[in-house]
Design a protein around this ligand. Structure first.
Ligand SMILES: *Cc1c(COP(=O)(O)O)cnc(C)c1O
Length: 388
């Protein structure tokens, strides 16, 4: 039986041609496509600077480095996210601290952020879970009152809108991070980007992306700056460069981002209508004027009477060809984090959300017949389990 996944890329002939053009050109990496893709991302989001890298995880890592995150510092993030949002702190020797989430949206609560700030806190990494923008202005305000840097993890949110700005505009953050993994809004295979409006952060990001090496005449040895060969490694950076092959794909994909997001929103509207008033689960609220989701995910939240049957519901859906997934196991419940001393019960609303969540298929290539099929199977599964 065919499986309808929860997310999937959409690649067309133009994407393929864009990649082939680079493959036939002189430069497979460090060529002109990266700059072009970065400029297009700035155009799309409204941010001044973009630095493309090899993954969203690399983007989070260099964002933390550019923010000056060091050993013994703390960052605050959401437990309902992919592990990378917290791991980036550990890469820098810092400690992630988790703030509990809104039980409906699974986005971090500004009040919980405030409660978890300590003298060691340096960065807040809010996540736009499922593509729904978090309360970024409130988080930003709290952060700036406490001298903290905000890195918006917008890995789900390219194409989302918040208070009249595009996700990633950095109007309410110091940096924003995208991922171009195939399940995200647009793809480069693997890839990611950091956006910022701050020139110093931009310069630091560029250096950390490329081994910590700089050729900037303003910052290298005065006596050496007219030698053609000279460069300085001033920091410990990484090879987090994206290739021109990927950047060409990203540029081609970005041209279709609005069409992709429109399709996701249409699917969400069909689901919302079909699920309206059902007695089995809650589903995302309609968009409002302030927040316009990119619908990276469409999470359904089982009603309390099904909480102990989530596994049964999930497996029945899987057995009927729905490639459903659960987003996310709270990060601190992962064995690695448990070994660091994090305890169950830390963020009760996040844990409760996890126990009731199932992400159902939503992606631009989903066909109308598939949408109908998904809806039918979901109702059938709940009816069967309800009767048993
Ligand atoms: C996908 C994702 C990342 C990591 O991106 P990669 O490109 O897979 O490294 C980080 N944070 C969130 C919330 C994500 O969904």
């Amino acid at each position: 039986m065919r499986t309808i996944p929860y997310g999937h890329q959409k690649i067309d002939k133009k994407d393929v041609e864009a990649v082939i053009r680079v493959l036939k050109s002189d430069r497979l990496t460090q060529g002109p496509m990266i700059r072009e893709f970065e400029e297009a991302l700035c155009g799309y989001t409204g941010a001044k600077y973009a630095v493309c890298v090899s993954s969203g995880t690399a983007a989070l890592h260099i964002a933390c480095l550019a923010a000056g995150l060091k050993q013994a510092d703390e960052i605050i993030t959401s437990p309902i996210t992919f592990v990378a949002s917290a791991n980036c702190a550990i890469y820098c020797g810092a400690r992630p601290v988790f703030a509990d989430v809104d039980p409906k949206t699974a986005n971090i609560k500004p009040g919980e952020v405030l409660k978890t700030i300590t003298k060691k806190t340096k960065i807040v990494i809010p996540v736009d879970f499922a593509g729904l923008p978090c309360d970024l202005e409130e988080v930003h305000e709290i952060a700036h009152r406490n001298n903290l840097i905000v890195i918006e993890d917008a890995a789900h949110a390219l194409g989302a809108e918040y208070k009249g700005t595009q996700a990633g505009s950095c109007k309410y953050s110091d940096m924003a991070v995208f991922s171009f993994h195939p399940v995200k809004s647009i793809t480069t295979g693997e890839g990611g980007a950091v956006l910022t409006n701050n020139k110093d952060l931009y310069k630091a990001l560029m250096v950390f992306r490329n081994h910590g090496i700089t050729k900037d005449p303003g910052s290298i040895d005065e006596k050496m700056k007219d030698c053609g060969w000279y460069y300085e490694m001033q920091k410990l950076g990484f090879n987090y460069r994206i290739t021109d092959i990927q950047a060409a794909l990203g540029l081609s994909q970005l041209k279709k981002a609005d069409v992709f997001i429109e399709k996701r929103r249409k699917i969400a509207a069909i689901y919302n209508k079909a699920f309206n008033g059902n007695e089995y689960f809650d589903f995302p609220e309609e968009n409002n004027k302030e927040k316009y989701s990119s619908y990276h995910l469409y999470p359904i939240i089982l009603k309390d009477r099904f909480r102990n049957k989530r596994k049964e519901v999930f497996l029945k859906m899987r057995n009927n060809g729905l490639g459903v997934q659960v987003h996310y196991i709270p990060v601190y419940l992962q064995p690695y984090y448990q070994d660091l001393g994090f305890k169950k019960g830390l963020c009760p609303d996040a844990e409760s959300y996890y126990e009731k969540e199932i992400s159902i298929p939503i992606y631009p290539a989903l066909k109308d017949a598939d949408i109908k099929y998904v809806i039918n199977i979901i109702f059938r599964v709940f009816r069967e389990i309800d009767r048993s």
